[in-house]
Design a protein around this ligand. Structure first.
Ligand SMILES: *Cc1c(COP(=O)(O)O)cnc(C)c1O
Length: 327
């Protein structure tokens, strides 16, 4: 992703901390497209990033900037993947990492943090509770808080998704982008990238409609999109798509703005559908999706059923993480 260094906020390239993130492939799901009668279904496979998720992009950027600032201690609340990525880049950068994770997270996600040398703290509850402890540690011990959207640099790393999509698709963006949304970094980051590229004259014409997909059992953005706020009986549960289990996203207003400006929408899928989607794509296309990736596929089917997506449109899905990390 550092091919876009001129558009990223690291001043001296010797501060770049890279493990080979970015420039991930875009695959065409031809069999499934034919079956559903749709022009083109593309999927950007972010599972091949270091530590097996697209969190590597934001964290590579943020840890590089931390190095440039001379920061020695960082802390992150995580549903799993961000913590593993931060632990890895901190190992490379000689920065001390503290990772705070829900106890119910799978062993793989915990063990990678330990192997990378991070201090791992486990809490009962969801990521919002981990976020409170991260804030406390940053106030008491001066650790730099890497919470999603509470610092500006992870977004800049995620922005490279937008540049890559444009460059890989020959500067013609897809009609619809379906994004598995937790904290929203990638959604907001891509939208920022599209606007920057327009200003630079790299792209012209219409920008993609941006769609948020979440799990039915943890769908704050659906409630906020429909009625402007979380309802009184809002009761978020831990989804098997950990990356989507963000019950109180800090950047909710920015996400709504992206959806509205792009004429996108918000949809949800059930936990059963997420599991079905993994089987369908694996058996038809030979590709294993993370639960979050599957949510984008099932979300697309839903939008086809209610005719929100038209058959001549090009759709871009994301496989944001590696299936192998959810064991
Ligand atoms: C974090 C994560 C998401 C959500 O990404 P945001 O940009 O925070 O909305 C989706 N999928 C996976 C695998 C993740 O790790």
């Amino acid at each position: 992703m550092w091919r876009y260094a001129e558009l990223l906020p690291v001043f001296d390239e010797k501060n770049i901390v890279s493990l080979g993130e970015g420039w991930t492939p875009i695959h065409s799901l031809d069999k499934l497209a034919q079956k559903t009668n749709i022009a083109k279904i593309l999927i950007k496979d972010e599972s091949v990033n270091p530590t097996g998720s697209f969190k590597a992009r934001g964290i590579s950027m943020a840890i590089s900037k931390a190095k440039e600032f001379g920061i020695e201690n960082v802390v992150i609340p995580t549903a799993g993947n961000a913590g593993g990525a931060m632990a890895a880049y901190c190992a490379k950068a000689d920065i001390k990492a503290t990772v705070i994770m829900p106890r119910h997270t799978t062993e793989t996600l915990k063990e990678e943090c330990r192997l990378f040398g991070a201090e791992l703290i486990l809490l009962d509850g969801l990521i919002d509770k981990c976020g409170k402890l991260a804030k406390q540690l940053s106030e008491e011990k001066g650790y730099f808080d890497m919470s999603t959207m509470k610092e500006p640099y992870r977004l800049e790393g995620k922005k490279t998704l937008g540049f890559e999509i444009a460059e890989q698709l020959n500067w013609r963006l897809p009609d619809v982008i379906i994004y598995p949304t937790g904290g929203g970094t990638g959604l907001i980051g891509m939208w920022k990238a599209f606007k920057e590229m327009k200003k630079l004259g790299w792209i012209k014409g219409k920008l993609p409609k941006m769609v948020i997909v979440q799990s039915e059992i943890c769908a704050p953005m659906m409630e906020i999109f429909k009625s402007g706020a979380l309802s009184n009986n809002y009761n978020p549960q831990p989804s098997l798509a950990y990356g989507l289990a963000v019950p109180f996203p800090f950047a909710k207003d920015l996400m709504i703005q992206v959806v509205q400006e792009s004429k996108g929408t918000v949809i949800t899928v059930s936990e059963d559908q997420i599991q079905q989607g993994i089987r369908e794509v694996a058996s038809q296309e030979g590709m294993l999706l993370s639960p979050e990736g599957s949510a984008t596929y099932k979300g697309m089917q839903k939008l086809l059923t209610n005719a929100w997506i038209k058959e001549d449109e090009t759709i871009l899905l994301f496989n944001t993480g590696s299936w192998y990390k959810y064991r």
